[in-house]
Design a protein around this ligand. Structure first.
Ligand SMILES: O=C(O)c1ccccc1N[C@@H]1O[C@H](COP(=O)(O)O)[C@@H](O)[C@H]1O
Length: 209
């Protein structure tokens, strides 16, 4: 099994370098001000210089305005947009950029509905539901709510770390995994050895079949 991995919420050049060197397939920048991992378009443009060819740069948004997204994509060479709020399919689809939609999972049937509503997306990311925060909570959720039958790539997020990612991959068999808090030493500051340990676990599963 080949599972891809994104490390999200990077705020420093050295963390981008660490994520890339650990073997991450994608790195994520958060454009959502309440988040402790938030970066400005100017900071992001600088950080983008450390992302080499064949590593994807993902921009995460939560209920942005159209103008906000347009301003960011004009300045930052994002490969993929990640919408992590209550955006509609029409909103996500208007930027002529590839995009994924995050679903905060609370009830049965939600993910199946998302596959249908957001069929234009490149993938559906599933994360834990929280009453107060849109994501990056470090919480996982009941993986039994994830259907086996998937018409599009499923990206597993929510409370992953080197301690549980192998088990998560074996149970869920996702297209990719996404981590933020589980590889940090403090909010917004990544820990190089945690990123390496996380990627080592992800690659371990790739070697087992
Ligand atoms: O990282 C954030 O601060 C954030 C804020 C708002 C929405 C999403 C956010 N992060 C994403 O949340 C998931 C899970 O994160 P964690 O591993 O549980 O910390 C992941 O996709 C982050 O990119």
């Amino acid at each position: 099994m080949n599972v891809r991995a994104k490390i999200c919420g990077l705020t420093r050049a050295e963390d981008i370098r660490g994520a890339v060197e650990s073997g991450a397939d994608a790195v994520g920048l958060v454009f959502y001000e309440p988040s402790p991992r938030s970066v400005t378009a100017e900071q992001a443009a600088e950080l983008a210089r450390y992302v080499p060819a064949f590593v994807s740069l993902v921009g995460l948004f939560v209920n942005p305005t159209e103008a906000f997204v347009r301003n960011v994509i004009e300045r930052v060479p994002l490969d993929l947009l990640q919408f992590h709020g209550d955006e509609t399919p029409e909103f996500c689809n208007q930027f002529n950029r590839r995009w994924i939609k995050a679903i905060r999972v609370k009830t049965d049937g939600q993910i199946e509905q998302a596959f249908s509503d957001f069929h234009m997306a490149c993938g559906i990311l599933v994360d834990a539901w929280d009453p107060e925060r849109y994501g990056g909570t470090g919480q996982s959720f009941n993986w039994n709510l994830i259907p086996q039958n998937r018409p599009m790539p499923l990206i597993l997020a929510g409370g992953l770390s080197s301690d549980n990612v192998l088990r998560a991959i074996e149970q869920v068999q996702p297209w990719a995994v996404d981590v933020s808090g589980g590889v940090e030493k403090q909010k917004g500051i990544k820990d190089r050895s945690r990123m390496f340990n996380f990627m080592k676990e992800v690659r371990r599963v790739c070697k087992t079949d």
